[in-house]
Design a protein around this ligand. Structure first.
Ligand code: ADP
Ligand code: ZN
Length: 433
């Protein structure tokens, strides 16, 4: 089902005209309501009237995570608190949390964006949507919740954790659609298997998974483990929360709700815009938000854009899977390493699970990187030759992809802590020196 045909299937010219109109309004509004950004525009010598075409967006200064930190907590708010009906905040992976306020209209648009995503995974008003993202300041739970309400579905506001209870509700309440992080979906799938439940006996048929990077192999594991179709949902608190983009049944990138969020890809070094198909940093401008509008917000997420009509019938621009974020990127011995590259290697070995942790350290002035990864459940490791042979194969495969040596330490199944929200894949001990 397509939730909003007019917006999701608009022809390019109509969509671009709407985007230009909304961009002009947003820039004028931002200039008039957010002194910090107005000062940035003045410094760059650009006025709202200078935005005549969509391409003129490149004249505007960026908003960085640092701008939010400098104006913590509410310095970038464009409305007084009496018009703000909700506060959310990012999980604050680094530094101070980012505080975002929503007007009533912003909340409606957020629900609309997620409802479109839920419809992409085949959900409708007759379905029960099981929300196992965390509820609270984190946008995952309440974002999915708003979307399910807009859709008119029945919401199960489970929040995260207590996996046995999640499964009980899934069975007893006949959940149709699951929303949680992909790493938690994997945790649930593992628990379903351990409980001896046949996934075919669960009514659940699709899921919206996001809030962290994941790979195609993880998708396959989730789909098989729960007997469902897995969709990717992307978003960030600063722009609204989940629902900025979602993948449809074609599973070929995520449709961006581009009447609400205008995407650009820029070269993270030169900050020059890049054409569709080229990988770089994703930048978003909100086109309707009034609480905390964002102009050219640098997400730090790495991906590329795809244009052209999708086989599902939607015409909206799609973004590729997120390969990682520049602040997740490790620089080890001068080489760039993304956790997702390591995950791709692990996925090639049936003997291993996707539960892993990367340890980075520095001793005697030299960086070292080590992968801790679990053997698959049921594998009996009593043969030293087998383990040594596995180690050689995995270390070789890692070197091929990463271009640097990475030691491997094998653990027994079930040793590493299981994720209930965003999985923590990296421990960089170099920071604590
Ligand atoms: P943070 O994690 O920065 O504290 P958020 O909770 O707002 O704040 O998370 C937003 C970030 O999560 C995005 O910028 C992106 O890095 C990551 N993210 C969200 N959805 C996805 C997804 N589907 N795939 C990959 N990464 C995602
Ligand atoms: Zn599509």
């Amino acid at each position: 089902m397509i939730w909003n045909k007019e917006m999701e299937c608009a022809d390019r010219e109509t969509m671009r005209a709407l985007q230009l109109e909304r961009l002009q309004e947003t820039v004028k509004y931002e200039y008039e309501h957010v002194p910090h950004y107005a000062a940035k525009m003045d410094k760059a010598g650009v006025k709202p009237e200078d935005i005549v075409t969509l391409e003129d967006i490149a004249l505007l200064p960026f908003i960085n995570k640092e701008d939010l930190a400098e104006n913590y907590p509410t310095g970038l708010f464009a409305q007084p608190m009496e018009n703000i009906v909700r506060i959310q905040s990012s999980s604050g992976t680094t530094g101070k949390p980012k505080i975002i306020g929503y007007t009533k209209g912003d909340m409606e648009d957020w629900g609309e964006a997620v409802a479109r995503g839920l419809a992409m995974c085949g959900a409708g008003p007759n379905d029960t949507v099981h929300v196992a993202y965390g509820y609270g300041l984190f946008t995952g739970g309440l974002g999915a919740h708003a979307g399910a309400e807009t859709l008119g579905a029945t919401v199960l506001p489970m929040s995260t954790g207590n996996t046995a209870r999640q499964i009980m509700f899934m069975q007893d309440m006949k959940s149709d659609i699951l929303c949680c992080t992909p790493s938690y979906a994997l945790t649930i799938a593992e628990a379903v298997e351990r409980a001896g439940i046949d996934p075919a006996d669960l009514q659940i048929r699709a899921g919206l998974f996001g809030a962290e990077p994941w790979t195609q192999s993880m998708r396959e594991k989730i789909e098989k483990g729960l007997g469902i179709r897995a969709h990717d949902i992307y978003g960030l608190t600063e722009i609204t929360g989940p629902g900025v983009a979602t993948s449809c049944e074609a599973n070929n990138g995520m449709h961006i709700q581009e009447d609400l969020f205008y995407p650009e890809i820029v070269d993270p070094n030169t900050l020059k815009p890049l054409p569709p198909g080229e990988t770089g940093e994703l930048v978003f401008t909100t086109l309707k938000k009034r609480g905390v509008p964002m102009v050219r917000y640098r997400t730090r997420d790495i991906c590329y854009l795809m244009e052209g009509k999708c086989s599902c019938g939607r015409t909206s621009v799609r973004m590729s899977r997120v390969f990682g974020r520049t602040d997740d990127m490790l620089i080890v011995k001068g080489v760039n390493v993304f956790p997702s590259q390591v995950e791709t290697v692990i996925a090639k070995f049936n003997e291993l699970t996707l539960n892993y942790k990367i340890l980075v350290d520095r001793k005697g002035g030299s960086d070292s990187i080590e992968l801790m990864v679990e053997f698959a459940e049921g594998l009996i490791i009593d043969d030293i030759d087998f383990v040594e042979n596995m180690r050689k194969r995995v270390e070789h495969a890692l070197r091929e992809i990463l271009q640097i040596g990475c030691k491997v330490r094998f653990l027994n199944a079930g040793t590493l802590p299981r994720s209930e929200g965003k999985a923590v894949r990296v421990e960089d001990r170099r920071k604590y020196e």
